[in-house]
Design a protein around this ligand. Structure first.
Ligand SMILES: Cc1cc2nc3c(=O)[nH]c(=O)nc-3n(C[C@H](O)[C@H](O)[C@H](O)COP(=O)(O)OP(=O)(O)OC[C@H]3O[C@@H](n4cnc5c(N)ncnc54)[C@H](O)[C@@H]3O)c2cc1C
Length: 438
C-alpha cells in the first residue's frame, strides 16, 4: 500500500490506490470495509485526501471541452487548473477562481470550495460551477445543478458525498493573459486593514503578504498587492499573449537541513522581502504565474520544511472580529515561530454550502514548521477564532478536534444530516472525517 500525505507532510497514512482507469462505479459498489475516497493532486495540507487502510482513487486524466458561445468548459474532475489555463488562455479566457497554486484538480477545487484573491467580488469556486457529475454510494452517476441541495453538500463537502467525475465551469473572458499590478508597502496592520477596507472593492484581486515576525510599531507590516487582467490597450506595445503557465523550472532537494526555515533565516528573508517591495508602484505588467502562483516555480517546495513537515493555519473571522485578527498577529509575533508565508485577505459573503469556509470578513493563512511549542500556540489561536465567531479551513487543517470544529461551523449538523441521507452506510470516508467525526 502506498503512503499518502497532504502537502504539509504531517500525518501520512497508507491506502490502496486502484488505477483511475478501473470502473469507478464498480469500485464504489465493492464497499471496501474502510471506505472509498477520491483524491486530486494532494495539495490540501492535512489528511483530507487520505483514507487509512481503505481505497483512495487517484484523479483521472484531464479532459477539456470549451463552448465559446456560452463561455463554459466541460472538464473532467482530474483536470488541473494548470492544464485548464494552458488550454483556455490562448482562447481569451481565464479560470474564475484560482488558489495560490495551479496544481489543484477541479474535483479538489469543488470538494474544498476553494477561494482566490478575488473572493471579495467573485465568491468561491463552486459558485462558478453550473453542474457536476457525482458517483454516489450505489455506484451510479447523477448530474447535480446549483438548484439542488446535493450540489451544495458536495461543494466544500471534502469528498464525503461521492466521487466528482466532471463539471461544467463558467470561464472569465480576458483581453490578454497578462496582469496589471499595483503594489504598496504598508507600515503596520492597522494601516493595512484600513487600506483594504476602504479600497479592496475597487480591485478584482487583492492580497497582502505580512511579516509575522515584525513586532511593536511594525506589527503586521506588509506588502499589499492588487491586480487586474491587463487590457489590450494597456499592453499594446507588448505581445498580448504573455507567457502561458509553464512547468516548474526548479526542483527542491529531497531533504532540507533543519536550520533552513528557522527564526534567523526567516527574519532575514522577511526583511529582504519587505525592503525589496516598491513603496508604491502602479500598473506593473506581469504574467499570470508571477502574480498568482509564485511558489509553483519550485517543484516540491514543501520538502524544504524537512522531515517533520509544516502546517498551514488558515482562519477567517467576521468583519466584527477585526480585533481578533490583530490579537492573533500579535500572538504570532510574540511567539516568534518562523513563517515566510503569511497572507491576509478580505472575503465577501459565503454561499449555500454548509461546510464552505469563506464568510464575509478577514482571513489569514500562515505556514508554520512543526515545532514542539506549536500545538499549544495554535490551540490558543483556535480559542480566539471561536470567540470571534470565526473558523478554520478544512483544506489546510491537520489538527482540529470534533468539539472545536462544531464550535466553528454552525451548520455542521445540517452537513452531517445531509451525509446520513446521501450515504447512510458511509461508503465515502477519509482520515479527516474520522478525526472530526463528520
Ligand atoms: C501552495 C498552495 C496554495 C494554496 N492556496 C489556496 C488558496 O489560495 N485558496 C484555497 O482555497 N486553497 C488553497 N490551497 C489549497 C488547495 O486549493 C485545496 O486543498 C485543493 O482542494 C487542492 O486540490 P487537490 O486536487 O490537490 O485536492 P486534494 O488535496 O487531493 O483533495 C482535497 C479534498 O478534495 C477531495 N476530492 C479531490 N478530488 C475529488 C473528486 N474527484 N471528487 C470528490 N472529492 C474530491 C478529496 O477527497 C479531499 O477531501 C493551496 C494549496 C497549496 C499547496
Amino acid at each position: 500500500m502506498p503512503e499518502l500525505s497532504g502537502w504539509g507532510r504531517t500525518a501520512p497514512s497508507w491506502a490502496q490506490t486502484p488505477s483511475p482507469a478501473e470502473d469507478l462505479g464498480r469500485l464504489v459498489r465493492g464497499s471496501h470495509p474502510r471506505g472509498v475516497l477520491a483524491r486530486g493532486l494532494g495539495r490540501s495540507y492535512g489528511d483530507a485526501a487520505q483514507n487509512s487502510g481503505g481505497l483512495v482513487l487517484a484523479p483521472g486524466p484531464p479532459s477539456i471541452t470549451v463552448d465559446r458561445t456560452r463561455h463554459v468548459a466541460t472538464v473532467s474532475a482530474g483536470t488541473s487548473l494548470h492544464d485548464l489555463m494552458r488550454q483556455v488562455m490562448p482562447m481569451g479566457y481565464f479560470v474564475p477562481v484560482t488558489p495560490g497554486t495551479r496544481y489543484v484538480s477541479v474535483g479538489g477545487a469543488i470538494a474544498c470550495d476553494i477561494h482566490g484573491k478575488n473572493h471579495h467580488l467573485s465568491g468561491s469556486f463552486a459558485q462558478h460551477v453550473e453542474s457536476l457529475d457525482l458517483i454516489g454510494p450505489d455506484g451510479t452517476t447523477r448530474t447535480l445543478g446549483q438548484d439542488t441541495d446535493d450540489f451544495w453538500l458536495t461543494a466544500g463537502g471534502m469528498g464525503l458525498t461521492g466521487i466528482i467525475t466532471s463539471a461544467v465551469l463558467r470561464l472569465t473572458p480576458v483581453e490578454t493573459s497578462l496582469m496589471s499590478v499595483d503594489t504598496e508597502r504598508v507600515p503596520d496592520l492597522h494601516t493595512l486593514m484600513r487600506r483594504m477596507r476602504e479600497s479592496d472593492d475597487d480591485h478584482t484581486y487583492s492580497v497582502a503578504w505580512i511579516d509575522t515576525l515584525a513586532s511593536g510599531r511594525a506589527l503586521g507590516r506588509s506588502v499589499l498587492t492588487r491586480g487586474e487582467h491587463a487590457s489590450a490597450q494597456q499592453v499594446r506595445h507588448r505581445r498580448r499573449g504573455g507567457a502561458l503557465p509553464a512547468e516548474p523550472r526548479l526542483t527542491a532537494p529531497p531533504y532540507a537541513p533543519g536550520w533552513l526555515i528557522s527564526r534567523p533565516t526567516t527574519k532575514v528573508f522577511n526583511e529582504m522581502w519587505f525592503r525589496k517591495a516598491p513603496a508604491h508602484r502602479v500598473g506593473e505588467i506581469t504574467d499570470i504565474p508571477a502574480f498568482f502562483h509564485p511558489l509553483d516555480g519550485v517543484a516540491g517546495w514543501n520538502r524544504l520544511y524537512g522531515r517533520r513537515g509544516f502546517v498551514q493555519y488558515q482562519f477567517v473571522v467576521p468583519d466584527a472580529g477585526e480585533q481578533a485578527m490583530v490579537e492573533i498577529v500579535r500572538r504570532l509575533a510574540d511567539a516568534g515561530h518562523p513563517s515566510f508565508l503569511a497572507v491576509l485577505k478580505r472575503f465577501g459573503p459565503g454561499n449555500r454550502a454548509p461546510l464552505s469556509f469563506p464568510m464575509s470578513g478577514w482571513t489569514l493563512a500562515v505556514d508554520l514548521p512543526t515545532h514542539p511549542g506549536l500545538r499549544t500556540l495554535l490551540a490558543e489561536l483556535d480559542r480566539i477564532v471561536v470567540a470571534a465567531a470565526g473558523r478554520l479551513y478544512l483544506a489546510k487543517d491537520s489538527r482540529l478536534d470534533a468539539e472545536t470544529l462544531s464550535a466553528m461551523y454552525p451548520r455542521l449538523d445540517e452537513f452531517r444530516a445531509g451525509l446520513r441521507r446521501l450515504d447512510p452506510d458511509r461508503v465515502f470516508r477519509s482520515d479527516l472525517a474520522r478525526r472530526l467525526d463528520l
